[in-house]
Design a protein around this ligand. Structure first.
Ligand code: MRU
Length: 365
């Protein structure tokens, strides 16, 4: 995506460093962060300097290029590489992270350690390129849904799309998942308007999705998280598209906390609820999302504190909740497949059921 006229990916490798856009500072500052060691990469993932399923997968893949160099010179390179992959596997819900690390280990371990650094970097570039290409293809497939709705609306009226959290290009290497069809529709001249859920507690919608859409000149409105149902009841939403962090082989979807409530509201209002994901987000080992997908519990500090500038631009960190009140921060929820109209993947749009999803499963190695 272009920022101030310069094309960026969210993560890349240069001068022996992993480089990322530091998402903790957006939308107030656009800053590149250099990560020189595996430990720096793990910390960036854990602290959400990088975030979003595809983006943390690609970042970890690049982290393995540093890990390969560090491990290759250790007394037991294999044990060291496995330990570094474990260190990078530091968020539990988005399966792209574990998927990218396993892919790197499967690729590297049969090779001589002296060749690991070069091979790890090549594989990381491949993972990043595939992620960007998958998201671009998701955009083209999802475009047909938006075109179809637009063709049934009075000419010139925008298609109103509600999205949750940030499943935009910042959550991947480029393009995004849920936003890719929106970018494709905008590029095709179809009028669109996006309802952006703020997405408490970290506000990825208000801070990141809104920033992305503004940079692409896409009409949008940030709403409080509880507004979606009301908008749906009043005919102000045509379509919901969210991203996903892990999808079972039966089509249950783990995504940012609050997604399930949007799916319930969409069902009650007879509205289409689509989930966009690259196939790297499927967990082929799981069938029951509610019982089997691990849900990350994050620090309550995300709930208790809020960051933002005052009128003069000075950033503040302020407390929102009384010191005496206990808090809990469940970061994801699971939307059962029965509430999902369809899955938008790089291979096309399919129903969220085991038979359809099985057609996408890669052959066993
Ligand atoms: O906790 P985050 O910000 O890493 O959350 C993951 C997400 O980006 C969202 O759940 C998103 O909708 C999934 S699409 C990658």
């Amino acid at each position: 995506m272009n920022i101030h006229g310069t094309p960026y990916r969210t993560v890349w490798f240069a001068d022996d460093l992993v480089r990322i856009i530091d998402q903790r500072l957006l939308p107030w500052h656009f800053q590149i962060l250099d990560l020189p060691t595996t430990t720096h990469v793990a910390h960036a993932i854990l602290d959400m300097a990088v975030r979003g399923a595809g983006c943390i997968g690609a970042t970890a893949a690049y982290g393995m290029a540093l890990a390969a160099r560090e491990a290759a010179s250790s007394p037991d390179p294999t044990a060291a590489l496995i330990a570094k992959a474990d260190e990078l596997n530091c968020r539990p819900t988005a399966v792209n992270l574990a998927w990218a690390l396993k892919r790197q280990l499967d690729h590297l371990l049969p090779l001589p350690p002296s060749t690991w650094p070069e091979n790890a970097l090549t594989e990381a570039n491949r993972i990043a390129d595939e992620d960007a290409a998958a998201c671009a293809a998701i955009g083209q497939h999802g475009l047909s849904l938006i075109q179809d709705i637009a063709s049934r609306k009075p000419s010139g009226q925008p298609v109103n799309i509600l999205t949750h959290c940030n499943a935009g290009w910042l959550a991947f290497v480029d393009h995004g998942s849920a936003t890719a069809p929106i970018y494709a529709a905008h590029a095709a001249g179809i009028p669109v308007h996006v309802w952006v859920d703020e997405t408490r507690p970290r506000n990825q919608g208000a801070r990141l999705t809104a920033w992305e859409l503004a940079h692409q000149n896409i009409p949008h409105t940030v709403i409080a998280d509880n507004t979606g149902g009301h908008l749906m009841q009043h005919g102000l939403v045509d379509l919901v598209i969210t991203g996903a962090d892990r999808v079972t082989r039966s089509g249950d979807v783990a995504n940012k906390i609050g997604t399930y409530l949007k799916a319930l509201a969409a069902r009650d209002n007879n509205l289409p609820f689509y989930v966009a994901l690259p196939t790297s987000t499927f967990d082929w080992t799981l069938t029951d999302g509610l019982a089997q997908i691990p849900i990350e519990a994050r620090s309550s500090d995300e709930l208790i504190w809020m960051d933002g500038p005052d009128a003069s631009g000075t950033l503040h960190h302020i407390r929102l909740i009384p010191e005496t009140s206990p808090t809990a921060n469940h970061a994801f929820d699971v939307t059962p497949s029965r509430l999902i109209t369809g899955l938008i993947t790089e291979h096309g749009i399919l129903p969220a059921n085991e038979k359809a999803i099985a057609t996408l499963q890669p052959p066993a190695a």
